[in-house]
Structures are given as C-alpha cells and as structure tokens.
Design a protein around this ligand. Structure first.
Ligand code: HEM
Length: 258
C-alpha cells in the first residue's frame, strides 16, 4: 500500500488527515477574519484587499481547491471515525459513564460541525454567489478606489480603479437582524468547534493530561475567544449602528449610471 493510500485506509491515517485539514481550515478562518477586520477602516482597505485577491487569478483558485478538498476530507474522516468509534464502543465496558461522556463530547463537535457547514454554504450563497439576497449583492458593484491599496508597501491596486464594493455589500448584509444574528451564532459555534477539535486531537494522541498540553489548551482557548470576538464585532457594530457606513462607500455617481 502506498503511504498516501495508507493515510486514507488506516484509522490513525484518517485521524492525521482530520487534524491536518482542520489546521488548514482554521488557518484560513483566522486569515479571513484578519482581512475582514479591515472593514473598520476606510472602504478602500477591504475593497482593495478583495480586488487584490481576485487579481491573483490562479493562486486564488489553488487556495479554493485546497479549501474544498480540506472540507471534503475533514467531513469524510469525521464520518468514518464516528462510525468506527460507535462500532468499537458496541459494548458498554465502563458501567455507562465513560460511554456517555465520550458520546456527549463527540455529539457536541458533530452538531457544531453541521451548523458550521450549513453556515459556510449560506455564506457562499450570500456574499460569493449573491443568491440569498440579490439586493445585498447588487451593492457589491461599482466602487472607485480613492487611494492606492498596498501589500507590504507595494501598491497592488491603484487609486481610480473600479472595483467591487465588498464593504457596502457586507454593510447591507448585516443591516438585517436575522442575518447578523445567524452569523454571530454560527461563529460562536465555530469557535467551540475549534476548541473541541483541539481537545479531540490532544486526546487522540494521548497528550491531553500532560502539563504543557494543559497550558497550550489555555492559549488555544484564548485564540478561540479572540476569534469569536473579532467575528462578533463586525455584524454587531453594523447592526447596532455603532459604526455607520463611511460616506465614501456610497456608489460613485459616474459608476452608478454605468
Ligand atoms: C463576520 C464574519 C464574516 C464576514 C464579514 C465575511 C465576509 C466575506 C466576504 C465579503 C466574502 C466575499 C469575498 C469576495 O468575494 O471578495 C467572503 C467569502 C468567504 N468567506 Fe467569509 N466572512 C465572514 C465569516 C466567515 C467564516 C466564519 C467563514 C468560515 C470559516 C467564512 C468563509 C468564507 C469563504 C470560504 C469564502 C469564499 C472565499 C472565496 O471566494 O474563495 N467567512 N466572506
């Protein structure tokens, strides 16, 4: 059996794949949040950033393929491992207690996983394909950059370029209370999912009770909390009106007519 096939066919290989894809997806989620937090700045920032990502062409597609493959492998490995665990626990060898504890923990992570998956599908339909609320998606068009957008000091999107108004689309999206609340609940569950994922990983490899793993768990818990707060801040600030849209975000008349 080739090493790649062994990864997919052995139980330990599937656990490794699940951890690896989990780390890739968590890395994306954190990077995405950092990019999204630019909404608290001038609209040029998040609009220039989205334009920059779109103009990377092949690179953005490569990242999308890796993410899609990671989601598929993560869900597949989770499903197979759950079935295997159930079979292995067919007999209640521990007077019931341990079985109940393990089942609750695994149920928890499974259910948060289902909600996160539903959220991602909704999110893509909302902001990427514009099918859930076409009016929000329409706001995405027509924005002229006021300043250059630079990455590491290099201007990558020039002032005067017509780009997508991602800033206004996000504002329109989160002005709806049900939408903003769904995002808040979903990112809360995603943060729990991340924390439980790390716990399961530590349990699998037998590190859970080591002193340094306990310390690392605290760091991970802090990162998950900050991740939640960062994601909460965007819909909460928009819905509550704490951060009204920047005047420059409104559609430029010349482009609106276009
Ligand atoms: C407040 C929270 C969030 C905001 C404001 C937000 C905003 C956005 C926006 C504006 C886009 C479209 C970007 C573009 O087409 O240029 C997008 C795409 C996306 N978002 Fe989010 N997002 C949020 C949370 C999340 C979360 C929690 C996840 C999942 C972990 C996620 C996953 C994605 C994915 C997979 C895409 C598609 C990226 C692509 O085009 O390849 N987002 N998001």
């Amino acid at each position: 059996m080739s090493p790649l096939a062994a990864l997919f066919r052995s139980s330990i290989g599937r656990k490794f794949l699940m951890a690896l894809t989990g780390v890739i997806l968590a890395g994306f989620a954190i990077g995405h949040l950092v990019g999204n937090l630019q909404i608290f700045s001038h609209p040029d920032k998040i609009n220039g950033y989205a334009q920059f990502l779109h103009q990377t062409g092949g690179l953005i597609w490569a990242v999308r393929l890796v993410l899609l493959a990671s989601v598929v492998i993560h869900i597949w490995a989770a499903t197979v491992l759950t079935i295997e665990n159930r079979r292995a626990r067919g007999t209640d060898y521990d007077g019931g207690k341990r079985w109940i504890k393990a089942t609750l923990a695994s149920r928890y992570i499974r259910w948060t996983g289902y909600v996160v998956l539903a959220f991602i599908l909704y999110h893509l339909a909302h902001f990427t394909f514009g099918v859930t609320d076409p009016a929000d998606f329409k706001a995405r068009h027509a924005y002229v950059m006021r300043h250059d957008y630079a990455v590491a000091g290099f201007p990558v999107v020039a002032a005067g370029t017509a780009v997508d108004n991602v800033y206004l689309m996000v504002y329109r999206g989160f002005e709806s209370a049900p939408v903003a609340l769904f995002y808040i609940i979903a990112v809360g569950l995603l943060s729990f999912h991340l924390l439980h994922g790390i716990d399961s990983l530590f349990q699998t490899i037998g590190w859970r009770s080591t002193t340094w793993a306990k310390a690392l768990r605290k760091v991970v818990a802090l990162v998950c909390l900050l991740y939640f707060l960062g994601n909460l801040a965007i819909p909460a600030a928009i819905l509550s009106g704490v951060l009204p849209p920047h005047p420059d975000a409104q559609v430029a008349p010349a482009v609106a007519a276009h």
